[in-house]
Ligand binder design. Structure first.
Ligand SMILES: Nc1nc2c(c(=O)[nH]1)N[C@H]1C(S)=C(S)[C@@H](COP(=O)(O)OP(=O)(O)OC[C@H]3O[C@@H](n4cnc5c(N)ncnc54)[C@H](O)[C@@H]3O)O[C@H]1N2
Ligand code: MOO
Length: 414
């Protein structure tokens, strides 16, 4: 296999790395048709326009009385000639009379206003008003809520509960959505065993990254195949890449991307006919991330340290999944907090760290506490974390009370 030469100094900055990662995938063109109830969270594959105007018939917006305003010129008292409820065909309004009407009921032919029940006095079979309403009062006119041809769902929209309701109101039962991105996820390392598969020993350790990344990818809307644990073996790695070719939109690996003699991933990708588009980001943790391609699939090699793998997913893989789905990747980290800690650091790489939110300050911004000591080998500081904090590469010092950027764990998954 080819020996790869990469100078230690060449690191992508975070923005360039994210752009590169997103550029290696393209929005999926295939679609499938789903029952409306199954479509939440999926991306619409087509735009839908209203084939009807709503409401289809003029309806009452209130419980009250339907009447003809012209009839009130002589007197403000009218006899009540009957009742119209939602779901029934309204009888025409007799001359010089009112009809009791309920919310959502069709406006009787001849009526041009509804007076709410609390604005009238009912005496026997008559209703007495204090003033004549303006024509059109409390009537939902035909087409007033949705025009014929109005846009209901734009292509590329993430379908949310309110879209489902809107489509249901138009009698739509099925919707075309972009097929889910197909991901292969695998771990590398002779030291790994499946969590719970064997008793923990001092020689082996559970595979932490695979179950975590599968959960993250499924949460982001991908269809994931679990490709298990790959041994630290060059030939096996080439063979694995070859077997994955043509089947996936994105292949995500962890481990074997650093400088060690057993870090086979990059040469194996080349040997399998793939290419490497970038390696190493000025990011802590997550420095040795690799961005590449194998046929039509993007290949993202995340570092083996579990917090590095998680950060790499959050910053790069989640954006790649969003783009595959035809969505716009979520912007990262809003500076909507105040540091609850002092921190002096080496200003060389952007840094991500677990955070816990404290009380809100008088301006409404939460105090953000940094958890852990910056170790990428453990997820332990995340146990009680509310999200992730961020400082740019050039930050050398953070002081209590200064603005700090953070995001919830859900922020990246769209
Ligand atoms: N000489 C250098 N050494 C290292 C550098 C460097 O720049 N120069 N970078 C360090 C950084 S930063 C990281 S991050 C790691 C990344 O290493 P790899 O991605 O090559 O990963 P491995 O060496 O295979 O494993 C690293 C570490 O993570 C554990 N691991 C791996 N996979 C899993 C898994 N699925 N579940 C749990 N733990 C896993 C593995 O046992 C190692 O302890 O490299 C540094 N070294
Ligand atoms: O990049 Mo490593 O991910 O700093 O631990």
């Amino acid at each position: 296999m080819p020996a790869l030469d990469h100078p230690a100094s060449a690191m992508l900055d975070l923005d360039s790395a994210r752009r590169l990662a997103c550029g290696l995938v393209a929005p999926i063109g295939d679609s499938e048709t789903l029952d409306l109830a199954q479509a939440a969270g999926r991306t619409s594959a087509t735009s839908l326009r209203a084939e009807i105007a709503l409401p289809r018939a003029a309806r009452s917006a209130m419980d009250g009385f339907a009447l003809r305003t012209a009839d009130l010129a002589a007197a403000l008292t009218l006899p009540v000639a009957g009742t119209v409820a939602a779901g029934m065909q309204a009888p025409p309004l007799p001359d010089g009379a009112a009809l009791r009407i309920f919310t959502g009921a069709q406006i009787p032919a001849g009526a041009d206003a509804v007076v709410p029940v609390e604005e009238v006095t009912e005496t026997g079979a008559e209703v007495q008003l204090t003033a004549a309403p303006a024509p059109g009062s409390h009537i939902r006119a035909v087409g007033s809520e949705q025009p014929l041809g109005g846009l209901l769902l734009r292509r590329g929209t993430r379908i949310r509960a309110h879209h489902i309701g809107l489509l249901a109101s138009n009698g739509v039962a099925e919707v075309a959505v972009v097929r889910r991105p197909r991901l292969a996820i695998l771990s590398t390392g002779d030291e790994l065993h499946r969590p719970g598969a064997e008793a923990a020993s001092r020689d082996t350790m559970p595979d932490v990254n695979r179950p975590m990344l599968i959960a993250l990818a499924q949460g982001a809307g991908a269809e994931v195949d679990d490709h298990g644990i790959l041994p630290d073996d060059a030939e096996a790695t080439v063979a694995k890449f070859a077997s994955l070719q043509g089947r996936y939109d994105l292949i995500v690996t962890t481990g074997a991307v650093s400088m060690g003699g057993r870090d086979h991933l990059r040469p194996a990708l080349i040997a399998a006919g793939g290419q490497i588009d970038g390696w190493k980001v000025a990011l802590k943790p997550g420095k040795p991330v690799m961005f590449g391609r194998l046929g039509n699939a993007a290949v993202t090699g995340l570092p083996g340290n579990p917090f590095s793998a998680m950060v790499g997913f959050t910053l790069f893989v989640s954006a790649q999944i969003a783009r595959l789905k035809g969505a716009v990747p979520a912007p990262l980290f809003h500076c909507a907090g105040r540091a609850g800690f002092d921190w002096t650091r080496k200003p060389d790489r952007a840094e991500i760290f677990p955070i816990r939110l404290g009380n809100r300050e008088i301006d409404g911004l939460p105090v953000v506490h940094r958890l852990g000591e910056g170790t990428s080998a453990t997820l332990f500081p995340l146990a009680e974390a509310d999200g992730l904090g961020f400082v740019p590469a050039e930050t050398a010092r953070v002081s209590v009370g200064t603005p700090i950027c953070w995001q919830t764990f859900e922020a990246g998954a769209r």
